[in-house]
Write a protein that binds this ligand. Sequence first.
Ligand code: G16
Length: 539
Amino acid sequence: MLKIVQTKPYLDQKMGTAGIRKKSRIVMQENYIENFVQSIFNAIGGVAGQTFVLGGDGRFYNKIAIQKILKIAAANGMAKMIVGQNGYISTPASSCVLLKNKAQGGLVLSASHNPGGIDGDFGIKYATASGGQCSTAISDKIYENTKNITSYKIWDAPDVDLSQIGVQKLGNMEIEVIDPVVDYVQMMEKIFDFAAIKKLFADGFTFVFDAMNAVTGPYAKKIFEEILGADEGSVINAVPLEDFGGLHPDPNLIYASSLVRLMYSPSAPDFGAANDGDGDRNMILGRSFFVTPSDNIAILTDNYRYIPAYKSGIYGVAKSAATSTAVGRVAAALGIGYYEVPTGWKYFCNLMDSHRITFCGEESFGAGSSHIREKDGIWAVLFWLNIIAATGKSVEQITREHWLKYGRSYYVRHDYEGIDIEKANRLMADLEAKLPELAGKTFGSFTVSKAEPFVYNDPVDGSSTKNGLIVYFTDKSRIVYRLSGTGTNGATLRVYLERFDDKCFDEDVMQFLKELADVSRQIAEITERTAKEKPDVIT
Ligand code: G16
Protein backbone atom coordinates (compact mmCIF):
# COMPACT_ATOMS: atom_id res chain seq x y z
CA MET A 1 0.00 0.00 0.00
CA LEU A 2 1.26 3.48 -0.91
CA LYS A 3 1.93 5.74 2.08
CA ILE A 4 2.92 9.39 2.11
CA VAL A 5 5.01 10.29 5.15
CA GLN A 6 5.55 13.86 6.33
CA THR A 7 9.17 14.67 7.07
CA LYS A 8 11.54 17.50 7.96
CA PRO A 9 14.66 18.27 5.96
CA TYR A 10 18.20 17.50 7.08
CA LEU A 11 20.53 20.28 6.04
CA ASP A 12 23.71 18.20 5.70
CA GLN A 13 22.88 16.01 2.71
CA LYS A 14 25.32 17.56 0.23
CA MET A 15 27.31 15.06 -1.81
CA GLY A 16 31.11 15.13 -1.63
CA THR A 17 33.69 13.67 -4.01
CA ALA A 18 31.65 10.50 -4.42
CA GLY A 19 28.07 10.61 -3.14
CA ILE A 20 27.09 11.19 0.44
CA ARG A 21 29.38 9.90 3.24
CA LYS A 22 28.35 10.11 6.89
CA LYS A 23 28.85 8.47 10.25
CA SER A 24 26.50 5.46 10.48
CA ARG A 25 24.66 6.97 13.45
CA ILE A 26 23.81 10.08 11.40
CA VAL A 27 22.36 7.99 8.60
CA MET A 28 20.35 5.98 11.16
CA GLN A 29 18.36 9.07 12.17
CA GLU A 30 14.64 8.96 11.45
CA ASN A 31 13.86 9.50 7.75
CA TYR A 32 17.49 10.30 6.87
CA ILE A 33 17.80 7.72 4.09
CA GLU A 34 14.19 8.22 3.06
CA ASN A 35 14.67 11.98 2.61
CA PHE A 36 17.85 11.55 0.62
CA VAL A 37 16.53 8.91 -1.75
CA GLN A 38 13.22 10.69 -2.31
CA SER A 39 15.20 13.87 -3.03
CA ILE A 40 17.23 12.06 -5.70
CA PHE A 41 14.03 10.83 -7.31
CA ASN A 42 12.40 14.31 -7.10
CA ALA A 43 15.48 16.05 -8.49
CA ILE A 44 15.63 13.84 -11.58
CA GLY A 45 11.97 14.32 -12.40
CA GLY A 46 10.72 11.04 -10.91
CA VAL A 47 11.51 7.40 -11.62
CA ALA A 48 8.13 6.14 -12.85
CA GLY A 49 8.63 3.34 -15.37
CA GLN A 50 12.41 3.31 -14.90
CA THR A 51 14.90 0.55 -14.08
CA PHE A 52 17.60 0.99 -11.42
CA VAL A 53 20.39 -1.17 -10.02
CA LEU A 54 20.80 -1.44 -6.26
CA GLY A 55 23.31 -2.99 -3.87
CA GLY A 56 26.07 -2.22 -1.45
CA ASP A 57 29.36 -3.36 -0.01
CA GLY A 58 27.63 -5.25 2.80
CA ARG A 59 28.63 -2.85 5.55
CA PHE A 60 26.54 -2.25 8.66
CA TYR A 61 23.12 -0.73 7.80
CA ASN A 62 23.32 -2.01 4.20
CA LYS A 63 20.43 -4.43 4.79
CA ILE A 64 18.16 -1.86 6.43
CA ALA A 65 18.87 0.88 3.89
CA ILE A 66 18.20 -1.50 0.98
CA GLN A 67 14.74 -2.38 2.27
CA LYS A 68 13.90 1.30 2.69
CA ILE A 69 15.11 2.12 -0.83
CA LEU A 70 13.17 -0.74 -2.40
CA LYS A 71 9.96 0.47 -0.76
CA ILE A 72 10.53 4.11 -1.74
CA ALA A 73 11.30 3.07 -5.32
CA ALA A 74 8.13 0.96 -5.54
CA ALA A 75 6.05 3.82 -4.14
CA ASN A 76 7.53 6.19 -6.71
CA GLY A 77 6.41 3.98 -9.57
CA MET A 78 9.78 2.48 -10.53
CA ALA A 79 9.23 -0.37 -13.01
CA LYS A 80 12.15 -2.58 -12.02
CA MET A 81 14.94 -2.77 -9.49
CA ILE A 82 17.86 -5.09 -10.20
CA VAL A 83 19.39 -6.03 -6.83
CA GLY A 84 22.57 -7.88 -5.96
CA GLN A 85 21.93 -11.13 -4.09
CA ASN A 86 21.70 -10.49 -0.34
CA GLY A 87 22.03 -6.81 -1.19
CA TYR A 88 25.71 -7.07 -2.21
CA ILE A 89 27.22 -5.48 -5.28
CA SER A 90 30.66 -3.99 -5.84
CA THR A 91 30.86 -0.50 -7.31
CA PRO A 92 32.42 -1.72 -10.59
CA ALA A 93 29.91 -4.56 -10.89
CA SER A 94 27.07 -2.10 -10.33
CA SER A 95 28.30 0.02 -13.23
CA CYS A 96 28.66 -3.12 -15.35
CA VAL A 97 25.12 -4.34 -14.57
CA LEU A 98 23.69 -0.87 -15.07
CA LEU A 99 25.24 -0.53 -18.53
CA LYS A 100 24.43 -4.09 -19.58
CA ASN A 101 20.76 -3.65 -18.69
CA LYS A 102 20.57 -0.07 -19.99
CA ALA A 103 19.17 0.95 -16.61
CA GLN A 104 18.40 4.60 -15.92
CA GLY A 105 20.23 4.75 -12.61
CA GLY A 106 22.02 2.97 -9.81
CA LEU A 107 22.52 3.30 -6.09
CA VAL A 108 25.56 1.83 -4.35
CA LEU A 109 25.44 1.77 -0.57
CA SER A 110 29.02 2.22 0.49
CA ALA A 111 31.42 4.56 2.19
CA SER A 112 34.11 2.96 0.05
CA HIS A 113 37.39 2.60 1.91
CA ASN A 114 36.07 4.15 5.16
CA PRO A 115 35.60 1.76 8.10
CA GLY A 116 32.15 0.27 8.74
CA GLY A 117 30.05 -0.59 11.78
CA ILE A 118 27.71 1.41 13.98
CA ASP A 119 30.58 3.74 14.86
CA GLY A 120 31.98 3.66 11.34
CA ASP A 121 30.76 5.26 8.16
CA PHE A 122 27.95 4.75 5.67
CA GLY A 123 27.34 6.27 2.27
CA ILE A 124 25.27 6.29 -0.89
CA LYS A 125 26.59 6.84 -4.42
CA TYR A 126 24.14 7.68 -7.18
CA ALA A 127 24.93 6.78 -10.79
CA THR A 128 23.04 7.93 -13.88
CA ALA A 129 22.32 6.01 -17.10
CA SER A 130 25.92 6.63 -18.20
CA GLY A 131 27.02 4.14 -15.53
CA GLY A 132 29.01 6.79 -13.66
CA GLN A 133 28.29 8.95 -10.68
CA CYS A 134 26.08 11.95 -11.25
CA SER A 135 27.55 15.30 -12.24
CA THR A 136 27.86 18.20 -9.82
CA ALA A 137 24.97 19.93 -11.59
CA ILE A 138 22.70 17.00 -10.68
CA SER A 139 24.06 16.59 -7.15
CA ASP A 140 23.45 20.32 -6.56
CA LYS A 141 19.83 19.85 -7.61
CA ILE A 142 19.50 16.89 -5.25
CA TYR A 143 21.00 18.93 -2.42
CA GLU A 144 18.47 21.73 -3.02
CA ASN A 145 15.73 19.13 -2.82
CA THR A 146 17.00 17.71 0.46
CA LYS A 147 16.79 21.18 2.01
CA ASN A 148 13.15 21.61 1.10
CA ILE A 149 11.67 18.13 1.31
CA THR A 150 8.40 17.88 3.25
CA SER A 151 7.25 14.31 2.47
CA TYR A 152 8.28 11.06 0.87
CA LYS A 153 6.43 8.12 -0.63
CA ILE A 154 6.93 4.60 0.67
CA TRP A 155 5.35 1.24 -0.09
CA ASP A 156 4.02 -0.16 3.17
CA ALA A 157 4.90 -3.86 2.99
CA PRO A 158 7.01 -6.48 4.76
CA ASP A 159 10.74 -6.67 3.96
CA VAL A 160 11.74 -8.39 0.73
CA ASP A 161 13.78 -11.62 0.82
CA LEU A 162 16.92 -10.97 -1.22
CA SER A 163 18.63 -14.29 -0.57
CA GLN A 164 17.38 -16.14 -3.67
CA ILE A 165 18.12 -15.31 -7.29
CA GLY A 166 14.93 -14.65 -9.22
CA VAL A 167 12.11 -12.26 -9.87
CA GLN A 168 9.46 -11.05 -7.42
CA LYS A 169 7.10 -8.12 -7.01
CA LEU A 170 6.83 -5.28 -4.52
CA GLY A 171 3.60 -3.44 -5.32
CA ASN A 172 3.84 -2.93 -9.07
CA MET A 173 7.63 -2.92 -9.10
CA GLU A 174 9.55 -5.95 -10.31
CA ILE A 175 12.56 -6.91 -8.22
CA GLU A 176 15.15 -9.04 -9.95
CA VAL A 177 17.71 -10.50 -7.59
CA ILE A 178 20.88 -11.33 -9.52
CA ASP A 179 24.33 -12.74 -8.87
CA PRO A 180 26.38 -9.72 -9.99
CA VAL A 181 29.55 -11.81 -10.05
CA VAL A 182 28.33 -13.55 -13.23
CA ASP A 183 28.04 -10.40 -15.36
CA TYR A 184 31.27 -9.02 -13.99
CA VAL A 185 33.23 -12.19 -14.75
CA GLN A 186 31.89 -12.27 -18.32
CA MET A 187 33.07 -8.70 -18.83
CA MET A 188 36.57 -9.46 -17.51
CA GLU A 189 36.83 -12.54 -19.74
CA LYS A 190 36.19 -10.34 -22.76
CA ILE A 191 38.93 -7.87 -21.80
CA PHE A 192 41.86 -10.05 -20.67
CA ASP A 193 43.73 -13.09 -21.91
CA PHE A 194 42.41 -15.58 -19.36
CA ALA A 195 44.18 -18.48 -21.08
CA ALA A 196 47.57 -16.82 -20.65
CA ILE A 197 46.88 -15.99 -16.98
CA LYS A 198 45.69 -19.56 -16.38
CA LYS A 199 48.97 -20.82 -17.77
CA LEU A 200 50.88 -18.40 -15.54
CA PHE A 201 49.24 -19.92 -12.45
CA ALA A 202 49.60 -23.45 -13.79
CA ASP A 203 53.34 -22.79 -14.14
CA GLY A 204 53.58 -22.04 -10.42
CA PHE A 205 53.13 -18.25 -10.15
CA THR A 206 52.22 -17.42 -6.56
CA PHE A 207 49.64 -14.84 -5.65
CA VAL A 208 47.67 -13.35 -2.77
CA PHE A 209 44.63 -11.10 -2.97
CA ASP A 210 43.36 -9.38 0.17
CA ALA A 211 39.62 -8.65 -0.08
CA MET A 212 39.80 -6.95 3.34
CA ASN A 213 36.59 -8.68 4.54
CA ALA A 214 34.70 -6.60 2.02
CA VAL A 215 32.65 -7.01 -1.11
CA THR A 216 35.26 -8.31 -3.59
CA GLY A 217 35.80 -11.62 -1.78
CA PRO A 218 33.29 -13.61 -3.87
CA TYR A 219 34.41 -11.97 -7.15
CA ALA A 220 38.07 -12.67 -6.39
CA LYS A 221 37.46 -16.29 -5.32
CA LYS A 222 35.54 -16.95 -8.52
CA ILE A 223 37.99 -15.26 -10.88
CA PHE A 224 41.41 -15.95 -9.38
CA GLU A 225 40.91 -19.31 -7.67
CA GLU A 226 38.06 -21.06 -9.54
CA ILE A 227 38.58 -19.81 -13.08
CA LEU A 228 42.25 -18.88 -13.32
CA GLY A 229 43.57 -21.59 -11.02
CA ALA A 230 45.40 -19.64 -8.32
CA ASP A 231 45.94 -21.84 -5.26
CA GLU A 232 42.96 -22.26 -2.97
CA GLY A 233 43.36 -19.77 -0.13
CA SER A 234 45.13 -17.22 -2.33
CA VAL A 235 42.20 -14.88 -1.70
CA ILE A 236 42.32 -13.85 1.94
CA ASN A 237 39.74 -12.04 4.08
CA ALA A 238 37.31 -13.25 1.44
CA VAL A 239 33.99 -13.16 3.32
CA PRO A 240 32.25 -9.75 3.38
CA LEU A 241 31.54 -8.72 6.98
CA GLU A 242 29.35 -5.88 8.27
CA ASP A 243 32.24 -4.26 10.10
CA PHE A 244 34.97 -5.62 7.78
CA GLY A 245 36.15 -7.65 10.77
CA GLY A 246 37.44 -4.42 12.28
CA LEU A 247 39.68 -3.76 9.27
CA HIS A 248 39.90 -0.34 7.69
CA PRO A 249 39.21 -1.51 4.12
CA ASP A 250 41.56 0.93 2.43
CA PRO A 251 44.15 -0.86 0.27
CA ASN A 252 47.29 1.09 1.11
CA LEU A 253 50.55 0.44 2.94
CA ILE A 254 49.08 1.43 6.28
CA TYR A 255 45.68 -0.25 6.39
CA ALA A 256 46.52 -3.41 4.42
CA SER A 257 49.39 -3.96 6.81
CA SER A 258 49.22 -7.76 7.14
CA LEU A 259 49.41 -8.13 3.35
CA VAL A 260 52.30 -5.68 3.25
CA ARG A 261 54.15 -7.61 5.98
CA LEU A 262 53.70 -10.81 4.00
CA MET A 263 54.91 -9.22 0.77
CA TYR A 264 58.04 -7.91 2.48
CA SER A 265 58.79 -11.24 4.21
CA PRO A 266 60.98 -14.11 2.95
CA SER A 267 57.84 -16.15 2.20
CA ALA A 268 56.33 -13.48 -0.05
CA PRO A 269 54.45 -14.77 -3.11
CA ASP A 270 55.24 -13.36 -6.56
CA PHE A 271 52.34 -10.93 -6.49
CA GLY A 272 50.13 -9.28 -3.88
CA ALA A 273 47.05 -7.09 -4.25
CA ALA A 274 44.23 -5.66 -2.18
CA ASN A 275 40.89 -4.02 -2.94
CA ASP A 276 38.82 -1.65 -0.82
CA GLY A 277 35.34 -1.89 0.77
CA ASP A 278 33.36 -1.58 -2.47
CA GLY A 279 35.96 -2.99 -4.86
CA ASP A 280 36.91 0.05 -6.88
CA ARG A 281 40.37 0.71 -5.39
CA ASN A 282 43.45 -1.46 -5.79
CA MET A 283 46.95 -1.77 -4.40
CA ILE A 284 49.65 -3.68 -6.31
CA LEU A 285 52.71 -5.23 -4.67
CA GLY A 286 55.57 -7.37 -5.90
CA ARG A 287 58.07 -9.19 -3.69
CA SER A 288 59.28 -6.49 -1.28
CA PHE A 289 58.05 -3.95 -3.78
CA PHE A 290 55.20 -1.43 -3.85
CA VAL A 291 53.79 0.20 -6.98
CA THR A 292 52.46 3.69 -6.30
CA PRO A 293 49.01 4.32 -7.77
CA SER A 294 50.46 7.13 -9.91
CA ASP A 295 53.06 4.75 -11.39
CA ASN A 296 50.37 2.11 -11.71
CA ILE A 297 48.26 4.02 -14.23
CA ALA A 298 51.41 5.04 -16.13
CA ILE A 299 52.62 1.42 -16.36
CA LEU A 300 49.22 0.02 -17.38
CA THR A 301 48.90 2.64 -20.10
CA ASP A 302 52.37 1.94 -21.43
CA ASN A 303 51.60 -1.78 -21.63
CA TYR A 304 48.14 -1.60 -23.21
CA ARG A 305 49.23 -3.69 -26.19
CA TYR A 306 49.40 -6.86 -24.09
CA ILE A 307 45.68 -6.73 -23.34
CA PRO A 308 43.34 -8.24 -25.98
CA ALA A 309 40.62 -5.61 -25.52
CA TYR A 310 43.01 -2.70 -26.05
CA LYS A 311 45.60 -4.06 -28.43
CA SER A 312 44.13 -2.42 -31.51
CA GLY A 313 44.71 0.97 -29.90
CA ILE A 314 43.54 3.25 -27.13
CA TYR A 315 42.19 6.76 -27.10
CA GLY A 316 43.83 8.99 -24.52
CA VAL A 317 44.46 8.79 -20.81
CA ALA A 318 43.48 11.03 -17.89
CA LYS A 319 44.48 11.49 -14.27
CA SER A 320 43.35 13.70 -11.43
CA ALA A 321 45.46 16.83 -11.01
CA ALA A 322 46.76 15.58 -7.65
CA THR A 323 48.09 12.36 -9.22
CA SER A 324 51.76 12.43 -10.26
CA THR A 325 52.69 13.40 -13.81
CA ALA A 326 54.14 9.94 -14.61
CA VAL A 327 51.31 8.98 -16.97
CA GLY A 328 51.68 12.29 -18.80
CA ARG A 329 55.13 11.22 -19.98
CA VAL A 330 53.68 7.94 -21.28
CA ALA A 331 50.87 9.76 -23.11
CA ALA A 332 53.42 12.05 -24.78
CA ALA A 333 55.54 9.08 -25.87
CA LEU A 334 52.52 7.19 -27.22
CA GLY A 335 51.15 10.31 -28.89
CA ILE A 336 47.72 9.92 -27.29
CA GLY A 337 45.42 12.49 -25.66
CA TYR A 338 46.15 13.45 -22.08
CA TYR A 339 43.84 15.16 -19.60
CA GLU A 340 44.04 16.36 -16.00
CA VAL A 341 40.75 16.54 -14.13
CA PRO A 342 39.62 17.40 -10.59
CA THR A 343 39.59 14.63 -7.98
CA GLY A 344 36.49 12.46 -8.44
CA TRP A 345 35.95 9.63 -10.89
CA LYS A 346 32.85 11.36 -12.26
CA TYR A 347 35.12 13.87 -14.04
CA PHE A 348 36.52 11.10 -16.26
CA CYS A 349 33.12 10.02 -17.55
CA ASN A 350 32.54 12.71 -20.20
CA LEU A 351 36.04 12.05 -21.53
CA MET A 352 35.27 8.34 -21.86
CA ASP A 353 31.82 8.89 -23.36
CA SER A 354 33.30 11.19 -26.00
CA HIS A 355 36.12 8.72 -26.83
CA ARG A 356 38.80 11.12 -25.69
CA ILE A 357 40.23 8.59 -23.24
CA THR A 358 40.31 4.85 -22.64
CA PHE A 359 42.24 4.73 -19.34
CA CYS A 360 42.21 6.87 -16.23
CA GLY A 361 43.74 6.74 -12.78
CA GLU A 362 44.16 8.51 -9.50
CA GLU A 363 46.64 8.68 -6.67
CA SER A 364 43.94 7.41 -4.31
CA PHE A 365 44.52 3.84 -5.48
CA GLY A 366 42.12 4.01 -8.41
CA ALA A 367 42.61 2.83 -11.99
CA GLY A 368 40.14 1.91 -14.68
CA SER A 369 39.08 2.05 -18.29
CA SER A 370 36.05 2.81 -20.40
CA HIS A 371 34.72 -0.76 -19.96
CA ILE A 372 32.59 0.80 -17.18
CA ARG A 373 32.30 4.28 -15.63
CA GLU A 374 33.87 3.55 -12.25
CA LYS A 375 37.37 2.63 -11.20
CA ASP A 376 37.85 -1.09 -10.95
CA GLY A 377 40.06 -2.91 -8.45
CA ILE A 378 39.94 -6.42 -9.91
CA TRP A 379 40.41 -5.07 -13.45
CA ALA A 380 43.72 -3.49 -12.34
CA VAL A 381 44.90 -6.79 -10.81
CA LEU A 382 43.99 -8.74 -13.95
CA PHE A 383 45.78 -6.13 -16.08
CA TRP A 384 49.00 -6.74 -14.12
CA LEU A 385 48.62 -10.51 -14.28
CA ASN A 386 48.08 -10.28 -18.02
CA ILE A 387 51.24 -8.15 -18.48
CA ILE A 388 53.24 -10.56 -16.32
CA ALA A 389 51.88 -13.55 -18.25
CA ALA A 390 52.80 -11.90 -21.55
CA THR A 391 56.26 -10.67 -20.61
CA GLY A 392 57.42 -13.17 -18.01
CA LYS A 393 58.70 -10.24 -15.92
CA SER A 394 58.12 -9.53 -12.24
CA VAL A 395 56.27 -6.53 -10.82
CA GLU A 396 59.58 -5.00 -9.78
CA GLN A 397 61.21 -5.58 -13.18
CA ILE A 398 58.28 -4.05 -15.03
CA THR A 399 58.31 -0.99 -12.78
CA ARG A 400 62.07 -0.51 -12.88
CA GLU A 401 62.13 -0.77 -16.66
CA HIS A 402 59.40 1.84 -16.71
CA TRP A 403 61.49 4.25 -14.61
CA LEU A 404 64.50 3.67 -16.85
CA LYS A 405 62.43 4.60 -19.87
CA TYR A 406 60.50 7.54 -18.45
CA GLY A 407 62.22 8.67 -15.24
CA ARG A 408 60.65 8.35 -11.83
CA SER A 409 58.20 10.61 -10.04
CA TYR A 410 58.83 10.12 -6.33
CA TYR A 411 55.45 10.70 -4.81
CA VAL A 412 53.74 10.75 -1.46
CA ARG A 413 50.51 12.07 0.03
CA HIS A 414 50.30 13.69 3.46
CA ASP A 415 46.91 13.82 5.19
CA TYR A 416 46.26 16.20 8.06
CA GLU A 417 43.03 14.88 9.54
CA GLY A 418 40.27 16.11 11.83
CA ILE A 419 40.97 19.82 11.32
CA ASP A 420 38.27 22.27 12.32
CA ILE A 421 36.35 22.90 9.08
CA GLU A 422 36.45 26.68 9.36
CA LYS A 423 40.20 26.67 10.03
CA ALA A 424 40.80 24.40 7.05
CA ASN A 425 38.73 26.59 4.74
CA ARG A 426 40.61 29.68 5.95
CA LEU A 427 43.97 27.97 5.37
CA MET A 428 42.99 27.19 1.77
CA ALA A 429 41.54 30.67 1.13
CA ASP A 430 44.60 32.45 2.53
CA LEU A 431 46.93 30.17 0.59
CA GLU A 432 45.03 30.82 -2.61
CA ALA A 433 45.26 34.57 -2.02
CA LYS A 434 49.02 34.43 -1.73
CA LEU A 435 49.70 32.12 -4.69
CA PRO A 436 50.45 34.98 -7.13
CA GLU A 437 53.26 36.21 -4.86
CA LEU A 438 54.98 32.82 -4.73
CA ALA A 439 56.35 32.70 -8.29
CA GLY A 440 60.11 33.26 -8.29
CA LYS A 441 60.47 32.71 -4.54
CA THR A 442 62.93 30.12 -3.24
CA PHE A 443 62.28 27.75 -0.35
CA GLY A 444 65.43 25.81 0.55
CA SER A 445 66.55 24.17 -2.70
CA PHE A 446 63.18 24.66 -4.43
CA THR A 447 62.24 27.69 -6.52
CA VAL A 448 58.61 28.26 -7.42
CA SER A 449 57.99 28.59 -11.16
CA LYS A 450 54.22 29.03 -11.00
CA ALA A 451 51.44 28.73 -8.40
CA GLU A 452 47.76 28.67 -9.21
CA PRO A 453 44.43 27.07 -8.38
CA PHE A 454 43.61 24.02 -10.47
CA VAL A 455 40.67 24.86 -12.74
CA TYR A 456 39.17 22.27 -15.07
CA ASN A 457 37.09 23.26 -18.04
CA ASP A 458 35.22 20.19 -19.20
CA PRO A 459 35.61 19.98 -23.00
CA VAL A 460 32.31 18.14 -23.33
CA ASP A 461 29.73 19.91 -21.17
CA GLY A 462 31.56 23.23 -20.78
CA SER A 463 31.35 23.17 -16.97
CA SER A 464 34.19 24.67 -14.98
CA THR A 465 35.43 23.24 -11.67
CA LYS A 466 38.04 24.58 -9.28
CA ASN A 467 39.68 21.89 -7.16
CA GLY A 468 42.90 22.34 -5.22
CA LEU A 469 45.91 24.64 -5.41
CA ILE A 470 49.13 23.72 -7.20
CA VAL A 471 52.64 25.04 -6.61
CA TYR A 472 55.06 24.16 -9.41
CA PHE A 473 58.85 24.31 -9.01
CA THR A 474 61.59 24.86 -11.55
CA ASP A 475 62.93 21.29 -11.12
CA LYS A 476 59.49 19.81 -12.11
CA SER A 477 58.53 19.16 -8.48
CA ARG A 478 54.93 19.95 -7.49
CA ILE A 479 52.93 20.40 -4.35
CA VAL A 480 49.14 20.09 -4.59
CA TYR A 481 46.88 21.15 -1.72
CA ARG A 482 43.22 20.26 -1.44
CA LEU A 483 40.56 19.38 1.09
CA SER A 484 39.18 15.85 0.98
CA GLY A 485 35.57 15.39 -0.06
CA THR A 486 35.09 11.94 1.46
CA GLY A 487 35.87 12.36 5.16
CA THR A 488 33.29 12.29 7.94
CA ASN A 489 35.26 13.86 10.75
CA GLY A 490 36.05 17.58 10.40
CA ALA A 491 38.23 18.50 7.43
CA THR A 492 41.17 16.56 5.99
CA LEU A 493 43.87 18.58 4.30
CA ARG A 494 45.62 16.54 1.63
CA VAL A 495 49.08 17.59 0.52
CA TYR A 496 50.46 15.75 -2.52
CA LEU A 497 54.22 15.86 -3.04
CA GLU A 498 55.98 14.97 -6.27
CA ARG A 499 59.65 15.19 -7.23
CA PHE A 500 60.98 13.99 -10.55
CA ASP A 501 64.28 12.21 -11.07
CA ASP A 502 65.64 10.64 -14.25
CA LYS A 503 69.02 9.48 -12.96
CA CYS A 504 68.75 7.47 -9.80
CA PHE A 505 65.74 5.33 -9.07
CA ASP A 506 66.73 3.97 -5.69
CA GLU A 507 66.36 6.90 -3.33
CA ASP A 508 64.49 6.40 -0.10
CA VAL A 509 61.10 7.99 -0.92
CA MET A 510 60.58 9.70 2.45
CA GLN A 511 64.12 11.01 2.53
CA PHE A 512 64.00 12.21 -1.07
CA LEU A 513 60.78 14.11 -0.38
CA LYS A 514 61.63 15.33 3.12
CA GLU A 515 62.66 18.84 2.19
CA LEU A 516 59.69 19.27 -0.14
CA ALA A 517 57.44 18.13 2.72
CA ASP A 518 58.95 20.80 4.98
CA VAL A 519 58.42 23.37 2.23
CA SER A 520 54.77 22.28 1.89
CA ARG A 521 54.20 22.99 5.59
CA GLN A 522 56.02 26.30 5.37
CA ILE A 523 54.13 27.60 2.34
CA ALA A 524 50.68 26.77 3.73
CA GLU A 525 51.59 27.55 7.38
CA ILE A 526 50.21 24.14 8.30
CA THR A 527 51.79 23.84 11.74
CA GLU A 528 50.96 27.40 12.78
CA ARG A 529 47.35 27.02 11.73
CA THR A 530 46.58 23.43 12.75
CA ALA A 531 49.14 22.80 15.51
CA LYS A 532 50.14 19.67 13.57
CA GLU A 533 53.88 19.25 13.15
CA LYS A 534 53.50 16.23 10.92
CA PRO A 535 50.78 14.54 8.91
CA ASP A 536 48.43 12.04 10.57
CA VAL A 537 48.63 9.64 7.64
CA ILE A 538 51.24 9.25 4.91
CA THR A 539 50.35 7.16 1.86
C1 G16 B 1 36.35 8.71 -4.27
C2 G16 B 1 36.38 9.22 -5.68
C3 G16 B 1 37.80 9.32 -6.15
C4 G16 B 1 38.64 10.15 -5.20
C5 G16 B 1 38.53 9.62 -3.80
C6 G16 B 1 39.22 10.48 -2.76
O1 G16 B 1 36.79 7.39 -4.25
O2 G16 B 1 35.66 8.39 -6.56
O3 G16 B 1 37.77 9.88 -7.42
O4 G16 B 1 39.97 10.16 -5.60
O5 G16 B 1 37.18 9.52 -3.44
O6 G16 B 1 38.58 11.69 -2.67
P1 G16 B 1 39.00 12.77 -1.58
O7 G16 B 1 40.46 13.07 -1.81
O8 G16 B 1 38.11 13.94 -1.88
O9 G16 B 1 38.79 12.20 -0.21
P2 G16 B 1 36.06 6.26 -3.39
O10 G16 B 1 36.88 5.04 -3.61
O11 G16 B 1 36.13 6.80 -1.97
O12 G16 B 1 34.66 6.18 -3.90
